[in-house]
Design a protein around this ligand. Sequence first.
Ligand SMILES: C[S@@+](CC[C@H](N)C(=O)[O-])C[C@H]1O[C@@H](n2cnc3c(N)ncnc32)[C@H](O)[C@@H]1O
Length: 387
Amino acid sequence: MAGNIACLRGWHPALARAELSALFPNNEIRPLDSQRLMEISGELDLQDAANIIQYSSGIQAILHDPVIIDWSGEDCLNELISKVSHKIEKSGKKGSFGVFHWRQEGKIKGLSGSKIAGLIGGVAGRNGFSIDLDNPDNKLGLVLDGSCGKVVCGWLIDYISQEENSNTRRATERPFFKPISLDPKLARLAVNLAGGPLDEYAILDPMTGTGGFLIEAGLIGRNVIALDLEQEMVDGASKNILWAFDCEEVTQIENVEIIRGDATDLSNSIPKRWHRKISGLVLDPPYGRNSHGSLSHFELIKNTLNSFRDVATDNATVVLILPIQPLEVKKLQLEIDSQEINLLHGQWNDFKHMLNDCKWNIRGLWVEHVHSSLGRLILHASNDPLN
Ligand SMILES: C[S@@+](CC[C@H](N)C(=O)[O-])C[C@H]1O[C@@H](n2cnc3c(N)ncnc32)[C@H](O)[C@@H]1O
């Protein structure tokens, strides 16, 4: 029986799953017949898990000690209520109680979340709990997943509603916006994929533009250093981070630094105190002609990746965003040997060889559809020893 089930957001379940694995590196993650229900095997520190939900992009909730029912008809209701009643009685919990229910991946025919929540609330009332739907001491989560027909009910470690989630913030609201600005939910996911669980190590955003990665990493408390070759971008990203933190000087934000510098010469561009303290690189290179006019798109990325080795920790990882032609058939995830990848700049096979030469090992590839003539390839790679 699963000890903990993560419920992923619907924006990009495949990326959300990768983020979940990166944020729980000591647990195995397995899908529970749905792209949005993931079993987290092994021990979990519940307080750590609650913090992770707060700063993740793609995790909506984690249900602890869940009851899982494959819904096949009305009889299942009795089974669910009886198992959940047992759970409530044996919990030893006291205080107020509330059930939070939601539906994902479509409906389960004939099933109403609010009806089941009401029945469970009745059981809790008979067990001496007072009912509080705003901020109860004890929360049960009830998820109805239409894709696999499963109903999952367990103690909510934490739950972030759509309204509270970073996903509802928009790059267009910032004082310095350009069409290149990354969507906050993708930016946050990328910094978590590159950085893993929050620690003292830093994230590097060496082509920060309007500061998409910088802001998301900074807001969740990661140490982050950002650079850009263009002073206009350094000033604009600084304006954005001051706006996001609601303060006057970047120096007031302890975990954030922004400087003008060259991504292909990181050991000279970045202050020495950051050297070997950077465990993750998030890289969103220019889509058109790059500012480093003499370098091709590939060379710019290659030189940046090589330069990153001079300042990175030994086990660093990279998340790279590459513009591609939209896929003919929409997919969220691709294999490394996929023939469907058409980069806007150069050939995928050449790109793979370049990564290989630089000793970066591809761990995963995902696709985001942007519009009818643009997609994004999101590539996660880890570094191999150089010899
Ligand atoms: C696609 S934009 C980044 C967009 C960014 N992720 C955002 O959310 O706004 C690429 C940025 O790379 C910068 N750039 C290009 N070559 C660079 C280099 N060699 N070193 C540092 N920055 C560079 C450009 O000035 C541009 O701002």
